[in-house]
Design a protein around this ligand. Sequence first.
Ligand code: SF4
Ligand code: SF4
Length: 456
Amino acid sequence: MGPEELQDFTGDVMENATSVAEEILKKQMTQQLVSALEVCARCGICAESCHYYASEPEMKHIPATRGEALRRVYRALFDPIGRIFPKWVGASKLTEEELNVWVEMAFARCTLCERCTLNCPMGVDTAAMMQTVRKILTATGKAPEILVQLVDAAIERGKNPELYREFFLEQVAELEKELQEMTGDPKAHIPVEKVGAKIMCVPLSGTHTILPAAHIMHKAGMDWTLSLFEAANYGVFLGDITRAKEVAQRIVDEAKRLAVKDIVIVECGHAYTALRWEAPKWFGGPFPFRIRSCIEMIDELIATKRIEVDPSANSEPITYHDSCNLARKGGLLEEPRRILASVAQDFREMVPNRHENYCCGGGAGLVAVEEWRDIRLKAGRMKADQIRATGARIVATSCDNCRLQITDLAEHYSLDVKVMSLAELVVRALVKKERDAPLPLMTQEDKAHISPMQKG
Ligand code: SF4
Ligand code: SF4
């Protein structure tokens, strides 16, 4: 379905939600979705791989149960036997009541983390099925209102940047003062709309995402500029590619206007995955600039000695929570570990970790929906147990959603931990003396420390 068609459906919403939903489903039948709907062997292996089931072992928390909800409707629409003898094949027509049940199933009880897909012997992509359900619910006006509001506000900001530019520049001027205090350098500067800068840094809303990155780039003497727009893209959580593309368009247009070479996204899982891996598909090809996470940049700055760090600044035991988007979906597995090896004295892995790490329970927009707070706190029990077992006093993570969720988990499960971003830990470890020698050139040995992704 093209974006315009989806919008047409959105306009149709309240008339007949079930027939709109069925039409959307018919037009979503990609090879990926058909495979997910057709090949489940009902083995149940996926159960333990899902943090919902691991935290609360109930039938409704088994990934295959979620998939089955969509399969019943699929069989009623596409299986010739299902159309005539629905009970024989477990087919059922979609009802308004079922659609309402789907809202919690797809938005509150699946964070699209893909851990079940990784562990399924058939590779059944439950997240793709739940993303399709989200798309249907968005188009039928049933998506959580807060997610819709957040994405619409981001789009509005892109249409009228002049309305808030002055306010934004005032905020940046205040931040710059803080940066000067942090760095001890009265000339420390946060550039905005700098044409020809090498890097455009795209923050999230909140100074905690801007200041550490600004501090590190200032210390490394980088040529950069701060984006007018925030990186978060709630369109992907809605399964609404039209709106997700509009959110990304603001950043893409700004990067082209300023002719930057790299976009660097601050520590945010979904924003990185959306812009780096999904957006080129929405826009029909690669961009004329590189897209990187700031953890790739920091890893490179440490490896090439453009910043000096002292691990004794972080002497407390530290563990790292892999964001599903950055690690399992984005492939950033070793970069955070190399950073931590440089800036922390006592790093302790959670088990399991890297691509096998459990979701924290707050992903895919769930952390923004206050009425489902209890659901996400229960689903995070597995993560809380993992953290407790490490004995760490600091949980580092590279995603702001994870940070919010783990902060809530720490309170709810009485974990004696502080949650910090990698950039914050790096800032703590920055060697205070001013650099007095020219930046060293990259050696072959340095290059060996950089991942293939960075080289690309
Ligand atoms: S989704 Fe995969 S692991 Fe789960 S029951 Fe189906 S085949 Fe088995
Ligand atoms: S994608 Fe993640 S949250 Fe959703 S069913 Fe699979 S393991 Fe559970």
